[in-house]
Design a protein around this ligand. Structure first.
Ligand code: PSV
Ligand code: MN
Length: 388
């Protein structure tokens, strides 16, 4: 097994990005339960993200969603984030909440709507120039509900055309991350339904186009770690949107539904070289806290990713290779499971203490008084929410 000090050194380098929308109100199409103290402005979302970083030490950036986080001056916003102790991360484009997008955005049959969607994507790259963000995250709600509704192949052509235009606009250090999702809101066809579709478009576009794996966007039973291994081997894994699911796109706290799956994914990341910062894999959360408190929900999620990573780093790779090469199925599985069953909480507590942090970030946040303060201070105004 790798030495504990080596594992701690590797864990020190980890960075997990939190999403601005995790701090706002959210819910389902049945009900949004508002919570007291929720941010009213993007600056307040940044303040909350800074808390997550302050207590975990590994969440130094916050992703924005445009137009949810639209401001007049993005350079000033980046300065604000820096003074709060975090930086602005990926810019998430939003071409799914306008009436014009009923039949799709970049794949809409109407060229005027396609142009409008493309202009938004290009605007997001302008924003990246101002914020210094590296990544543009693209997720399209585009698709159809009924057989025959639109031409599946033509929609792929429209998609390819829009992606190429955005790719052209990217700066040297900028990337686009193409996220896929099996279904919802479209139910019959989705224009980017799976990793293969995303991969094929990214290969055609070039090095700056990479696949984003949202862990909640697969059919039940899909072997996500296989996808991760494949994409890393092909040099096309750009990012994760971490969350967890029982049924569909549940957006629950990562590692809550299936910590074993998260471990298996993180093992493939480590095995495939994706943990090396030079590989450029972005570890982002994409979650909503509908019924639980938001800031500790994010802290817990960050810690869950850390735990799975520590276990993945603990896998005795030499012993595993030996067992695999000699065809010893049970021994290989034992090596793997041994790491998963190891309680890494003491190691993480030690690491945090060494970093000058409290060993229990959720408890420390609860004791800090921040939650009571925002509940008392954030009165009036209109609370931020998913979709607002
Ligand atoms: C779509 O379901 C998605 O995963 C995309 O990443 C969106 O931008 C995000 O959720 C918004 O919550
Ligand atoms: Mn996502």
């Amino acid at each position: 097994m790798a030495a504990t000090s080596a594992i701690k050194d590797l864990l020190r380098t980890q960075q997990i990005e939190t999403p601005s929308w995790a701090y706002g109100n959210s819910g389902t199409r049945f009900k949004v339960f508002a919570q007291p103290g929720v941010p009213r402005t993007v600056e307040e979302k940044i303040d909350d993200a800074a808390q997550v970083h302050a207590f975990t030490g590994v969440a130094p950036s916050v992703a924005l969603h445009i137009p949810w986080d639209r401001v007049a001056d993005y350079r000033k916003l980046a300065e604000y984030a820096e003074s709060a102790g975090v930086r602005l991360g990926a810019i998430n484009a939003n071409v799914f909440q306008d009436d014009d997008y009923k039949l799709g955005s970049v794949t809409n049959p109407d060229p005027k709507v396609r142009r409008k969607a493309l202009d938004h994507l290009l605007e997001c790259v302008d924003i990246m120039d101002a914020t210094g963000s590296r990544d543009l995250k693209l997720w399209f709600a585009d698709g159809t509900n009924y057989p025959g509704q639109d031409d599946i192949r033509t929609r792929q052509d429209r998609l390819a055309e829009a992606l190429a235009a955005v790719y052209e606009r990217l700066g040297e250090q900028q990337r686009m991350l193409l996220e896929y999702k099996l279904f919802e809101p479209a139910f019959y066809t989705t224009d980017v339904p799976d990793w293969g579709t995303s991969y094929a478009h990214c290969v055609q576009l070039g090095d700056k186009a990479q696949v984003c794996v949202d862990t909640g966007h697969h059919a039940p039973g899909t072997n996500i770690e296989f996808i991760v291994a494949f994409l890393l081997r092909a040099g096309k894994l750009g990012a994760f949107d971490f969350n967890s699911r029982f049924y569909a796109d549940d957006d629950l706290m990562v590692g809550a539904a299936d910590p074993f799956q998260l471990f298996r994914i993180m093992y493939e990341v480590v095995r495939g070289g994706g943990y090396d910062p030079a590989a450029g894999v972005a570890f982002m959360l994409d979650q909503c806290h509908n019924i639980e408190a938001k800031i500790p929900g994010q802290i817990r999620s960050v810690c869950n990713v850390q735990e799975a990573t520590a276990k993945a780093l603990l896998v005795d790779r030499a012993a595993l290779a030996e067992a695999q090469d000699s065809g010893d199925v049970l021994a290989a599985n034992d090596v793997f499971m041994d790491a998963f069953h190891t309680d890494v909480r003491p190691l993480l507590a030690e690491l945090r203490t060494e970093l000058g942090l409290d060993p229990d970030p959720v408890a420390a946040y609860r004791r800090s008084g921040y939650q009571e303060r925002i509940v008392a201070e954030r009165i009036g105004g209109s609370q931020a929410g998913w979709g607002a």
